[in-house]
Design a protein around this ligand. Structure first.
Ligand code: ADP
Ligand code: MG
Length: 320
């Protein structure tokens, strides 16, 4: 697809869209032609007041003017070459991940309390700021914090270990506490504005943890469908933006005991198929021998399953 062409035509050129509607779309976060092109008619209708037919028309217009459609395997390869891998701090884990946590998609780590999920988030929030040669992307991090687990002290310790300036590093992490699932969803959508309006080079979005609010708010069978629908929307927003702006999304997830499993792994990620289907890379973290941690790649579109041993130290994530 040609992003250059898309830049010349703006949302103000959409057929049947006056200045007022264009402003509304912009306010709702649909500022680029790409955002319109990948939206659903329902979203556009809800946010702009346009009718369903009109919404379809502008989506099609955006799609046609972006020349979106089939691309060759070579095109895909070239696009994938633009992806960056963020180092986890552990060579073992980087190798397991095919070089690191990839930009352009969602990586999910799930595991029991204390398995290292939040520690890895801190490490990535620092590493994303490093130059490419050191496993970074020279970008900034956004941290969507649902469990109040972000700790500046941990960032400082990791910075000391790496020999980088802690204050500057902290300035390049945008932290936002979210108080319920609606708030979390809204904040995720607002990440786009940090990029388009504030021109911040966001290369990592952390959601720690993805499910805490969803799990607490939707209890019981009857509300499960509602929860899954909202969760799906939330993850779609994250995925779309990760792809559009080429940043990494790192989400943490909790586990639940599976009472019917006697052999093998007794735990499974919560959130059901929705979370699984929307996370391109899934990793299970657990405690290993002698204080180590084990990362197990559970699902990846292009990597073999495997395990890596690492440890959480004062200076951050390291090989074990
Ligand atoms: P999770 O998010 O999966 O619950 P965490 O990433 O918060 O797990 O891991 C917590 C563990 O990380 C602690 O049990 C401890 O072993 C380790 N840890 C946290 N802070 C430090 C530190 N400053 N120095 C060494 N280890 C630490
Ligand atoms: Mg945690």
């Amino acid at each position: 697809m040609s992003k250059k062409d898309a830049k010349e035509i703006t949302i103000y050129d959409l057929p049947g869209v006056g200045a007022a509607t264009a402003e509304k779309l912009k306010e709702a976060g649909y500022e680029t032609l790409m955002a319109i092109a990948v939206a659903t008619p329902g979203e556009i209708t809800e946010l702009s007041g346009l009718g369903e037919a009109a919404a379809r028309k502008i989506i099609n217009f955006a799609r046609n003017s972006m020349n979106m459609g089939f691309e060759t395997g070579e095109d895909v390869m070239k696009r994938r070459e633009a992806l960056t891998k963020l180092s986890t701090g552990s060579k073992n884990m980087d190798t397991l991940f095919g070089g690191g946590v990839e930009t352009g998609s969602i990586t999910e780590c799930y595991g029991a309390f204390g398995s290292g999920k939040t520690s890895l988030a801190h490490q990535l929030a620092v590493n994303v700021q490093l130059p490419k040669e050191r496993g970074g992307a020279e970008g900034i991090a956004v941290w969507i914090d649902s469990e109040s687990t972000f700790r500046p002290e941990r960032i400082k310790q990791i910075c000391t270990d790496l020999g980088v300036d802690a204050l500057e590093t902290l300035r390049n992490i945008q932290v936002v506490r979210v108080f319920n699932s609606d708030h979390q969803m809204l904040v995720a959508e607002k990440v786009e504005e940090l990029i388009t309006k504030d021109k911040l080079p966001v290369k990592l979005v952390v959601v720690d943890s993805l499910m805490a609010h969803f799990r607490a708010e939707f209890v019981g069978r009857g509300t499960l469908a509602d929860r899954q629908q909202k969760l799906n929307k939330h993850m779609h927003v994250l995925m779309k933006m990760a792809d559009m702006y080429n940043f990494a999304v790192y989400v943490t997830n909790q586990v639940m005991a599976k009472p019917d499993t006697f052999f093998g792994d007794p735990t499974t990620a919560i959130g059901g198929n929705i979370v699984g289907h929307n996370s391109q890379t899934r990793v299970y973290l657990r405690r290993g021998k002698g204080g180590t941690r084990v990362a197990k790649l559970v699902d990846s579109p292009h990597l073999p399953d495997g395990e890596a041993v690492f440890q959480v130290t004062e200076g951050g994530i390291k090989d074990a």
